[in-house]
Design a protein around this ligand. Structure first.
Ligand code: PRP
Length: 208
């Protein structure tokens, strides 16, 4: 028996499709379905909020999780990242008003609005720049526009949201994508079952 923590939506659908391709499980989730736990054959799936996936895996109630690298870095849980699934690619960037260019580098106490306070703090610590982090829960682009912050640290995928709001990426902190994470104890106690999943997913990722 293996338990997966997934985030509902595109990501969960993609993982179920991959398990189907490997002939390991034949489950689809209906958009109307409000159940949070689904069981079929040897697998149980929790449908969690993305930022909670590492919590379920760290605590051992889920053996495996699928989550963005941004969440892994932000949550900093004691889990093992075993595979880059290669989809959901985007970047974590410092972004500023187009007209400001990279002048943020020379500010002595930079105001940074972000949904990712830990990632932002550790980045500015690593470059020895003092900053004040302002936590927002969404629409982070508003920060520099309304004068709440000098820059934002946020996910950039197509770059459209930035462009349409007069902002631009000025530094890439890290590349991001969906990752497979595993509970450290499960990796030992359920080694064969988990290896089968990792190898199967690896073969699908390589084909694409
Ligand atoms: C994310 C991110 C950016 C946007 C980037 O926001 O925070 O705002 O997507 O995508 P793009 O580069 O393709 O435009 P999300 O959709 O999660 O909404 P949010 O503003 O509520 O965080």
């Amino acid at each position: 028996m293996l338990t997966f923590a997934l985030s509902k939506g595109r990501l969960a659908d993609k993982i179920l499709k991959m398990l189907k391709e490997l002939n390991l499980c034949d489950l689809t989730i209906d958009d109307e379905d409000r159940r949070l736990i689904l069981t079929t054959g040897n697998y149980t799936f929790f449908l969690a909020k993305p930022s909670d996936v590492p919590t379920f895996v760290d605590n051992g109630v889920a053996d495996i999780g699928v989550v963005g690298k941004d969440t892994i870095l932000e949550e900093n849980r004691d889990i093992t990242e075993v595979l880059d699934l290669g989809f959901g690619k985007c970047r974590m960037c410092v972004c500023a008003k187009e007209s400001d260019g990279d002048s943020y580098k020379y500010k002595s106490n930079l105001r940074v609005a972000t949904k990712y306070p830990n990632i932002a703090k550790s980045y500015f610590d690593s470059v020895h720049q003092n900053c004040t982090i302002i936590k927002l829960n969404g629409s982070v682009e508003l920060g520099p526009i309304v004068g709440l912050s000098d820059v934002i640290v946020d996910i950039v995928e197509s770059g459209r949201t930035l462009k349409e709001n007069g902002l631009a990426p000025v530094h890439t902190i890290t590349e991001l994508s969906a990752r497979l994470i595993v509970n450290n104890a499960s990796l030992k106690t359920k080694y064969d079952e988990i290896s089968q999943i990792i190898k199967g997913f690896e073969s699908i990722v390589k084909e694409k």
